[in-house]
Design a protein around this ligand. Structure first.
Ligand SMILES: [Zn+2]
Length: 314
């Protein structure tokens, strides 16, 4: 009997505690904003500025090709309850995201709604075509290069855009988001000094990349893109293009091939054998390796690998 009484007492206390926390009029009682980002990079930026006022989930994993993501039922569950969807845009996600948004049935995150944020509007976009390019031609970058997060300057711009959006959605927390944004910017400025110093000796070096994931990155660090293993973004290597690429690499002494972890290394390896170049597997996204836990460690990891490769291939 005494035990049962005790149990009732504990339950009563719990109920009381829960009631109090729910009825408290403070900002703490407001539920966290539920953010879904299409990629881990956007998620990392949203986490940086959103802090403990947001709950962030991402769809594509950092080791997956963000152009081609296999839809899973769990993505629908995430989208169904999202307050805000952050997308990379420029059609990066066009192969998989639109049906998920429709099927989610969530009016808040439909493309014209207030909970849909296309981060590309904040970034400096390279390779915006002057002529009309369609996906029918096989090109997966029809509106310009969608891998813009690989320039830290764009990370700064996107973080600011997200902070602005969060402040609009939760005006009471605007000062908090602003403070988080400031802390992110300060850290980025400090890291950028280190990164620029690391890359200073290698400015002007030429590299070949598998996919055109790296123009923003190469631009920022003063490196030069000499060509790609893909004949066009999204088109697998062809023998004739590979032969051309090998000829160019020999002529210009290009010794580095950057490859995203999700491509088949067969062609890059055979090009490397022909040219004496080194294949460097470089993750373009947060989570691409377990050490890459956020936007800062992404650059730390990739730049360390690059420096090592440059030192090995004078
Ligand atoms: Zn791409």
């Amino acid at each position: 009997m005494r035990i049962i009484e005790k149990r009732y007492f504990v339950v009563a206390i719990l109920v009381l505690a829960l009631t109090c926390s729910f009825s408290a009029p403070s900002a703490q009682a407001q539920a966290k904003l539920r953010i879904v980002a299409t990629t881990s990079d956007m998620a990392s930026l949203a986490e940086a500025v959103g802090g403990d006022r947001v709950e962030v989930n991402s769809i594509a994993r950092g080791y997956q090709d963000p152009h081609f993501v296999e839809a899973k039922p769990s993505f629908l569950l995430l989208l169904r309850r999202a307050d805000l969807l952050v997308v990379v845009g420029l059609q990066l996600e066009i192969g998989w995201l639109p049906p998920l948004i429709t099927q989610s049935g969530n009016p808040r995150i439909q493309p014209a709604a207030g909970g849909y944020l296309d981060a590309s509007q904040f970034a400096q976009i390279l390779e915006v075509p002057t002529e009309v390019i369609t996906r029918a031609m096989g090109d997966v970058h029809p509106f310009g290069n969608p891998h813009y997060w690989l320039d830290p300057g764009n990370g700064r711009r996107v973080a600011q855009g997200i902070a602005q959006k969060l402040s609009t959605m939760r005006p009471a927390d605007a000062a908090y988001f602003q403070q988080r944004l400031q802390a992110f910017n300060d850290r980025l400025t400090q890291e950028e000094r280190n990164w620029d110093a690391m890359m200073q000796p290698y400015r002007g070096r030429k590299v070949v990349t598998y996919h055109r994931s790296w123009p923003n990155f190469l631009n920022h660090f003063g490196l030069i893109s000499a060509g790609e293993v893909e004949p066009r973004p999204g088109i697998p290597p062809t023998p004739s293009h590979t032969i051309e690429l090998i000829g160019m690499m020999k002529r210009d002494s290009v010794k580095i091939i950057l490859m995203e972890p999700y491509f088949d290394p067969k062609t890059p390896n055979s090009i490397a054998r022909e040219t004496g170049a080194q294949v460097v597997v470089l993750p373009p996204s947060v989570g691409g390796e377990k050490e890459i836990t956020d936007y800062f460690t992404l650059f730390n990891y990739d730049l360390a690998l690059l420096v090592k490769a440059f030192q090995a291939t004078k």
